[in-house]
Design a protein around this ligand. Structure first.
Ligand SMILES: Cc1cc2nc3c(=O)[nH]c(=O)nc-3n(C[C@H](O)[C@H](O)[C@H](O)COP(=O)(O)O)c2cc1C
Length: 457
């Protein structure tokens, strides 16, 4: 094995949105098991580290209508991942699950169960969701402010870890000679008292192979980054351009050190769309065609509306950017997805500067800003780029995808991944057992010392 940094690679399942072209004749169902199975088997053929499912808990709306550019109708994550556990052997199974609307007991049971069923391959991408209307779907029918979302995320994760730890790895004796099944009568006992939870009882799932499934996180704000720095094994990021990826990497690794952890313990993994061609020119041409279909004129308007937070349907997509200011204080116009910006005025200003400097129309500006194809080129070029980012500490790897689901991953696995393996920066086969081991992550023993926000009595 090479002494260069080993690359972590995952695959995301593309939903129906402006990253994908659902109308492409090569696109299959986004909900049939056959699609998930094809995607998972392909990723495992490439020896990738993990499969990654995002979560959309609400149909997205624009004003009073469906936002049909970005539907994100998604089946339940746990059910999909559990069924994929049955048709794969080695690859990690990462599910995005919200900490704002779920209870620790349910979360701990479901992830421990997935970990048991998959032989130690479960991972939880802890998101807090910044989308108020999503809360209306749930039992409390409400929503938490930003600060409370992260307070709840911290307490939820600490509580979940406590539940996972409530069964020691030697709790099940199962000794026929003595007739002893469990070591003692207190297996699974817990009592947790915090601002968000006051719960006590017995946890029911024996310790899973990883002890603690791998924790991922995806957040933007300083609170989100601090939560990830204190708690995550890996961070899913949307910082894909080299310089911004490096800035995010430096920022988060500094926060990890400040949280008292070793920065090497946390993997930073941006998402990256890939477009391949036999020549650079062919790849660029293919990308231009795909991108034109991803951001059609109406999609350009609604993506701009996400920044302006107002109806822009009267504007010409081939004309200039809107001459009005964003209204971030108004009721949310496009609901059901993560905001594109924390500061709408600053983003609108940046878009205007791009449009002015390059002489771009509204649609061209949106296309320029939303270019999800991070890597465009020949397989050699794409492999070079992935390796360059990782060796230069712009990230530790990528969660890869394509505009076509589920078969888009095939050519990445067949053409790009083998080049990285030949270079000694990516595995040629699965060597170890659990996802945690495959990622070279710390053992969960360390979590015993840190449960800051929930006190076990
Ligand atoms: C790359 C990335 C992927 C995300 N995926 C999801 C998702 O699948 N489901 C979800 O509810 N939120 C998702 N989020 C939203 C985050 O949970 C978070 O609420 C949002 O980025 C705002 O950041 P903040 O919570 O730190 O303010 C994602 C965020 C990022 C950066």
């Amino acid at each position: 094995m090479s002494d260069r940094k080993q690359i972590v690679l995952g695959a995301y399942f593309p939903g129906v949105n402006h990253d994908t072209v659902w109308s492409d004749p090569a696109s299959g169902s986004h909900i049939d098991f056959a699609s998930f199975e094809h995607w998972a088997r392909t990723a495992e053929r490439g020896k990738l580290d993990l499969l990654f499912l995002a979560e959309g808990l609400r149909i997205r709306t624009r004003g009073e209508d469906f936002f049909d550019q970005d539907v994100v109708g998604r089946p339940d994550t746990f059910t999909v991942l559990a069924s994929l556990a049955a048709v794969t052997e080695h690859i990690g199974l990462a599910g995005t699950i919200n900490s704002t609307f779920n209870e620790p007991y349910e979360l701990a049971r479901k992830f421990a169960t997935l970990d048991v069923l998959s032989g130690g391959r479960a991972a939880w991408n802890v998101v807090t969701s910044s989308d108020a209307p999503t809360g209306e779907n749930f039992r409390h029918g409400g929503y938490l402010g930003h600060h409370q979302r992260y307070e709840r995320a911290g307490e939820t994760l600490a509580a979940v870890r406590t539940l996972w730890d409530s069964w020691g790895s030697d709790a099940v004796v199962a000794d026929p000679a003595s007739g002893t099944f469990l070591r003692d009568g207190h297996v699974g006992d817990f009592a947790l008292h915090g601002n968000q939870f006051d719960i006590a009882g017995r946890f029911t799932v024996p310790r899973s192979p990883q002890g603690h499934p791998v924790i991922l996180q995806a957040g933007e704000s300083p609170a989100g980054r601090d939560f990830a720095a204190a708690n995550a094994d890996a961070i899913f990021s949307r910082y894909q351009k080299f310089e911004e990826a490096r800035a995010f990497f430096d920022d988060v690794k500094a926060r990890v050190a400040k949280a008292g952890r070793n920065p090497d313990e946390v993997r930073i993994l941006p998402s990256a769309g890939v477009v391949l061609g036999d020549t650079e020119a062919q790849a660029r041409e293919r990308h231009a065609e795909i991108h034109d279909r991803q951001v059609d004129p109406w999609t350009a308007i609604v993506l701009a509306e996400m920044v302006w937070n107002r109806d822009l349907s009267a504007y010409d997509p081939d004309g200039p950017l809107p001459d009005v200011d964003p209204t971030p204080e108004a009721p949310t116009w496009i609901r059901g997805r993560a905001p594109l910006t924390q500061d709408a005025h600053a983003t609108a200003k940046a878009w205007r500067e791009i449009a002015d400097a390059r002489g771009l129309s509204l649609r061209e500006t949106v296309k320029h800003v939303f270019d999800r194809a991070v890597f465009v080129g020949t397989p050699e070029h794409v492999a070079d780029e992935i390796d360059r980012y990782v060796q230069a500490d712009a990230c530790d790897g990528f969660i890869l995808g394509s505009h076509v689901s589920p078969t888009g991953l095939d050519e990445i696995v067949e053409k790009v991944v083998p080049i990285l393996a030949d270079r000694g920066v990516f595995r040629t086969d699965y060597e170890r057992g659990t996802l945690r081991e495959n990622l070279g992550l710390a053992s969960p023993a360390r979590f015993g010392e840190r449960r800051p926000s929930v006190v076990a009595s």
